[in-house]
Design a protein around this ligand. Sequence first.
Ligand code: UDP
Ligand code: MG
Length: 316
Amino acid sequence: MPRLVIVSPCYNEEAILAYSARELTQLLERLIASNKILPTSHVLYVNDGSRDRTWEMIEELHQENTFIDGLCLAGNVGSELAVMAGLMTAKEEADVVVSIDADLQDDLGAIEEMIDRYLEGYDIVYGVKKSRQADPFLKRTTAQAFYRLQQSMGIRMVYNHTNFRLMSRRALEALSRYPERNLYLRGIIPMLGYPSTTVDDIIRERVAGESKYNYRKLLFLAVDGITSFTTRPISWIVGMGFFCLLISILMAVYVLVSYIEHLAVPGWASLMLSLWFIGSMLLLSLGVVGQYIGKIYIEVKDRPRYHIAQHLQHHD
Ligand code: UDP
Ligand code: MG
């Protein structure tokens, strides 16, 4: 039987904590009673520098409820890093960790299914939103357009999945080897390579409190979701350079013909030729410099180059 830790990031969530603690405790009790998880399983709330009474409430819950643990970050670092802090702390004490937003908009019933998949041998189980009807129209459509853009750039993503997922200890160990600061968990986890599967997640309205994400924050997250994974925009610059070079060759022919036929005003031919040629040289040079910067960027990330899934050996 595995020991489960449920990690939940909280930023100004005082309105919902009591409800969340009640629901998660009930869930743990049910799973323990049905012998799915060890009785030492628990919840780990991560306070992400809240400015309201969130941390005091977590302290109180911890006092009166043995299922509730808390982790208080020194300041607000954003939900991705708060989840990471929780996962890395839970990794030391858990066999399997589920991360879920504190507002419990996700489907709690899916957690039991996630455990079942884990017991079948999956290291990562993604909660995939069945329907996003609870999300406002603009948020839903922009999110979906963004997933498509990422896919078209070769970034592997799980469609309609946010931060509701199960990870085994082995997967968390692999995740701990990604030291990057611009953390975008949804992009990194598919890169780990361990067996993964999905379960359905039916999203509900927030029961209390408000969304902590505004469009400005979402836009930053979206930019990270692209620039943290691919140097493809640099290749586009190179492509543009070659395109302009092609045009400059066509231009050369056109300009020469006009020149010979005496159709051009004096000065036009040399101007046209140098304009396109210099333009294409500038873009190409930028692309070359960009290729080097792209390499530096990939090295600086210091990501692990592989993860080991199994190692058969006779002697230690
Ligand atoms: N959150 C956090 N730090 C932040 C912003 C949000 O830890 O700076 C947490 C928040 O408490 C919640 C989760 O991240 O548990 C998702 O936030 P929210 O529900 O507001 O986002 P939405 O579901 O509306 O996208
Ligand atoms: Mg939410």
